[in-house]
Every structure is written in structure tokens, then in C-alpha cells.
Design a protein around this ligand. Sequence first.
Ligand code: C2E
Ligand code: MG
Ligand code: MG
Ligand code: MG
Length: 283
Amino acid sequence: RLLPFSLLAALILTLGLLYLARQQVSMASQIRQGLRRNEFYLEYQPVIELATGRWTGAEALLRWRRRNGEVIYPDVFIPVAENSGLISRLSEQVIAIIEKDMAQFLGDHPLMMIAMNFSASDIQVDTTARRLFDMIERNKLGSGQLMVELTERMLVDPDKARQLMGQLNDHNIPVAVDDFGTGYSSLSYLESMPFDCLKIDRLFVEAIDRQAATSRVVLHIIEMAAALGLNVVAEGVETEGQAQFLREHGVRYAQGWLYSKSLRAEDFIAGYSQQLNYHQLKQ
Ligand code: C2E
Ligand code: MG
Ligand code: MG
Ligand code: MG
């Protein structure tokens, strides 16, 4: 009597998996269509200097607006794009959009830095890096006007990662380790990679006001970054209390809703000019 039951369970499970696989396939073809129809765009979340509130640049975050007006976030479509071999076309789009949105602006504001997220496949295949270098040369962007973010989880192939980071360094593109603390890289591992910047993951920042133990972990991360000579950016700062804690412990940069959500290019550019005037007036 057990057998038919487990057969039934197996059948349901198989159907479920088939359903999920089909959904992935259909989302992949929608992504392909979205690429053709230019449905992808970038928002820019300001990165600010904690001591002064000055905007130092932004992180470019990918968005997908479907024809029906629905906006889809990268946590949903990036994994599908990764699994269906579409990610390098998405990354190519990201570079093209940054070029279109920002090239002129970066020329006028040489001190501003735009950070772009790489995906795991962008490390495996060097087309994305080459496209980025071409874009930089075409627009004569200076050193430190673009940064690349890699998460710890992407470092599973350390040789490839090191090779890519070497190329980025040669082109004066700083590299940040993103979402730090959520992966599993060890200190020695981090030390052996030529990172310039460390981004403390939002999960740790979120715990600052509420959990003494996690706050201590944040302090260790800050100390470690200092020992390795890395710039630190705290992600997801939402409260003044968190900002104060980070400032007091020597974190220089932050991004988060306390300062600004991610903005459409026009709004980011307008906001950037506005705060620039404000800081110039104050001086
Ligand atoms: P991430 O690089 O860690 O990006 C930060 C995420 O935190 C963004 O989510 C941002 O909107 C969100 N965030 C910023 N400030 C706050 C805050 O104060 N509170 C809260 N609750 N959230 C905040 P988003 O835009 O949904 O991006 C999610 C992830 O998708 C990114 O994480 C990044 O890993 C990936 N991603 C985004 N754009 C791209 C891209 O162009 N290419 C690739 N490969 N991945 C991307
Ligand atoms: Mg990032
Ligand atoms: Mg991050
Ligand atoms: Mg994060």
C-alpha cells in the first residue's frame, strides 16, 4: 500500500520540477525578448562619504521593465540569465547603458565613480571585461571612474578571478568584494586577491542597532579591511544609528535608503549636481 503512494509522490515531484524548468525556459526567452526590445535599464544608488554626506558616485543596479509596466528586480532574472547563458548579453547591455547614461557626465565630473556588478560567468569568459575596457578607452574615462564588484561566491575559481582582477588592475579599474560576510571566503583567501574595496553586506549593517554580537562582527570586518588597506563601503544603511556606529568606527563610505534609494539616471544626475552645489556653497 506504500508503493502507490510513493509513486504518486514521485510523479508529483517530477511534474513540479518540470513546471519549474518550463518557467525558467519561458523566463529565459522573455529575457531574450526584453533584450531585443531594450526593456532593461539602470538605476543608480548614490554612494556617500559618511563624514561629509558628499556623493562620491553610485552603484549601477539593473532593472527590467516589462511591456505591461511591471518592473522586475535582478534577484529574479539574474539567476535565470546565469543558467541560460544570457548573462554576458545582459552585462553587455549594462556596459552600453552606463556608456549612454554616464559617459558625458563622467567627463564633466572626473571624481565620480560608478560601480558595476559582475556575475560569476563574467569571470569565466573575458568578453565582459574586454567590452568594459573598450568602453573606457572609447570614452577616455580616467582611473577610478568605474569600479567592478565581485561577490565572494564568485571566487570559487581563484585562478580565473585573479586573472580577471589583474586585467582590471592594469586598466586602473578598482575591484570591490561585494556582500562581504555572506560567502565563505577566508581571510587568507581575501588577502591573496588584489581587492581595493570591501562592501559590508546589508545583513550585518541591519543588525548594528539590534544585535551586540553581530555589531562585534562588523567591527572585526572593519579592522580586517583596514589591515588589508581596503576602502570600506557599508551597504543598506537605513538608520542614523547605523550611520553613526559606522562613522565612529572609521567606515568611510555608505549607501542605503537613509541617504537615497536607487534613482533613474536623470534623477541621479540632477541630485548629484544639486549636492555638489550645496557642498561648494558650504566651503
Ligand atoms: P548588491 O550588489 O548587493 O546591491 C545592493 C542591493 O541592495 C540592491 O538591490 C539595492 O537596491 C539594495 N539596497 C540598497 N540600499 C538598501 C537599503 O537601505 N535597504 C534595503 N533593504 N535594500 C537596499 P537590487 O537592486 O535588487 O539588486 C540585488 C542584487 O542583484 C545586487 O546586490 C547585485 O548582486 C545584483 N545585480 C544588480 N544589478 C546587477 C547587474 O547589472 N549585473 C549583475 N550581474 N548583477 C546585478
Ligand atoms: Mg553590488
Ligand atoms: Mg552588495
Ligand atoms: Mg548585498
